[in-house]
Ligand binder design. Structure first.
Ligand code: ADP
Ligand code: GLC
Length: 488
């Protein structure tokens, strides 16, 4: 099957969160199953052109007002022999820092134009290559225009049999802009309402994707249910209920070549269920690197996250409200935080780490430290307000780092609560997100660490044996691709 992935992010080239990991890992898994998968993303400024190959000739992309001239670069996805990644190069749109924005300007005002160029560019790329996909698979709001264009502008000629899949990685980010941007989408005004773009007299990319795509998927079964309710539907629950027959929840997998304690290149020492000594070496390395007391007996609780409200950071770190300060003063633990995002939270973390000897925060983005935290911590704290899938709790499980999570979305699908009587479970789960429930659940985990050592050991082992390989999920996507081929 020929599948074109359209996305704003793909690891290892451009990543702000799990979207990048999910798009690349799914593509690699489909490639391994023998399918012709290709990925198209923008050539952001930070992606070094010298390491890529330029396709011959410029590529004209009509997008709304004008025809833009772009160049296309390509390379092969690492870890595969024949999975091409294409990069659309356009100085005006992508020749700057940031995928969607920068810390000072989190949402570039010309994003409608930048991502319109990506989606129109995807179709032009196929023409340029003389390669026409069976499936256009678009990810999140920034790629949502692609299925819309397929439905209203392109479903003829070579694309007559192409079908679209739209995956919701996060319903909280919708791409909501003034309707003055509508002309750059290259859609006729007659489709303003029918495409789904119109939203309270503005344009909403995600909503258009939800209405115009042939099939919708999201990244865990529980999240697929949750988004059909007013509480978690971000105003889209009505549309999602209406399309519930076309909406599938498929749990993300983990790229086991990258996140695997027995061969992780970033960590101090590899380890596995058969030899756990490496885990202790990683704990020591982590304590040293973060400037904490080096002591194997103090439990380390790790956090790696975007510092965004979605992740429960207010309940953890907000001044006077969050529980982190109390947790670090009342409990014998060490808290290690790696994250970047909202300015108030970055500032607060700096204050907390200068006041508390057992809290250390690294503000920024650091791939190798994120691996060391997974490997060297005893627990991983992820009290997300909502979580479409969440990758870090799965990485944690595979590294024998027991997750402490809020029962929501993909966290509910992957973490089973500890049972003190039987020792069953693979983590600690809180039912309602409040500062005191985080405090209590972390306290409970600490109690188990100090008093139920056998249970903790057994849970770690069980966690490390989890199967999160992408092959199962990739096959579910294939079933969907095949189903829509037949259906229309
Ligand atoms: P989301 O995509 O909502 O941010 P996920 O759990 O799906 O949440 O994925 C987050 C991904 O981003 C993980 O691979 C995690 O390791 C990575 N990540 C997040 N923040 C950082 C950071 N500051 N440094 C390094 N990696 C990070
Ligand atoms: C989003 C979600 C996260 C999910 C990731 C990959 O960023 O917030 O839960 O794991 O996409 O699908």
């Amino acid at each position: 099957m020929r599948i074109l992935m359209v996305s704003a992010e793909a690891a290892p080239f451009a990543k702000t969160g799990g979207l990048a990991d999910a798009v690349s890992a799914l593509s690699i898994a489909l490639n391994k199953l023998g399918h012709d998968v290709r990925i198209v993303i923008p050539r952001y400024y930070k992606i070094n052109r010298d390491k890529l190959t330029k396709l011959e000739g410029p590529m004209g992309v009509y997008c709304g007002y004008s025809e833009e001239w772009t160049a296309v670069y390509t390379t092969t996805m690492p870890g595969t022999k024949d999975l091409p990644v294409y990069f659309i190069d356009h100085e005006n749109c992508y020749g700057r820092d940031g995928v969607y924005g920068t810390p000072f300007d989190p949402d570039f005002q010309d994003n409608p134009y930048r991502f319109s160029l990506l989606c129109h560019g995807a179709f032009q790329l196929c023409r340029k290559l003389g390669w026409y996909p069976d499936i256009i698979h678009a990810h999140d709001w920034s790629a949502a225009l692609a299925p819309v264009l397929l439905r209203f502008n392109e479903r003829h000629g070579e694309f007559a049999h192409t079908k679209s899949v739209f995956t919701i990685h996060n319903l909280g980010y919708q791409g909501w802009y003034s309707k003055h941007n509508y002309p750059v989408l290259g859609l006729d005004w007659q489709h303003y309402y029918s495409s789904g773009f119109e939203d309270y007299d503005q344009i909403n990319f995600l909503k258009a994707g939800l209405i115009s795509s042939d099939v919708l998927t999201t990244v865990s079964p529980t999240y697929a249910q949750e988004i059909q309710s007013a509480e978690n539907g971000f105003r889209m629950d009505g549309i999602l209920r209406q399309r519930s027959g076309d909406l599938f929840g498929i749990l993300n997998g983990v790229d086991m070549d990258v996140w695997n304690p027995s061969k992780d290149k970033y960590i101090e020492k590899t380890f596995s269920t058969r030899s756990m000594a490496g885990k202790a070496a990683n704990k020591k390395a982590l304590q040293e690197r973060m400037g904490l007391e080096v002591n194997p007996d103090i439990p380390v609780v790790g956090i790696v996250t975007r510092l965004a409200d979605q992740k429960g950071v207010a309940e953890l770190f907000a001044p006077t409200y969050g529980c982190a300060y109390r947790m670090c003063t009342d409990m014998k633990l060490q808290l290690v935080v790696l994250g970047s995002g909202e300015r108030w939270c970055e500032d607060e973390l700096r204050v907390l780490s200068s006041n508390l000897p057992n809290l250390r925060a690294y503000i920024g983005y650091d791939e190798s430290l994120s691996h060391l935290i997974e490997a060297g911590s005893d627990f991983f704290l992820m009290p997300s307000r909502y979580e479409p899938c969440g990758l870090n709790q799965m990485y944690s499980l595979l590294y024998g780092t027991l997750p402490i999570v809020h029962r929501t979305g993909g966290l509910a699908d992957t973490v089973q609560n500890y049972n003190e009587q039987t020792g069953e479970g693979n983590g600690f789960v809180l039912n309602h997100l409040t500062p005191s429930s985080i405090y209590d659940t972390v306290g409970w985990a600490m109690y188990a660490y100090y008093n139920k050592k056998d249970h903790i050991k057994a849970m770690q082992k069980r966690a490390m044996q989890s199967n999160f390989g992408w092959d199962v999920s990739a096959n579910k996507y294939l079933e969907i691709y095949e189903m829509i081929q037949k259906r229309f």
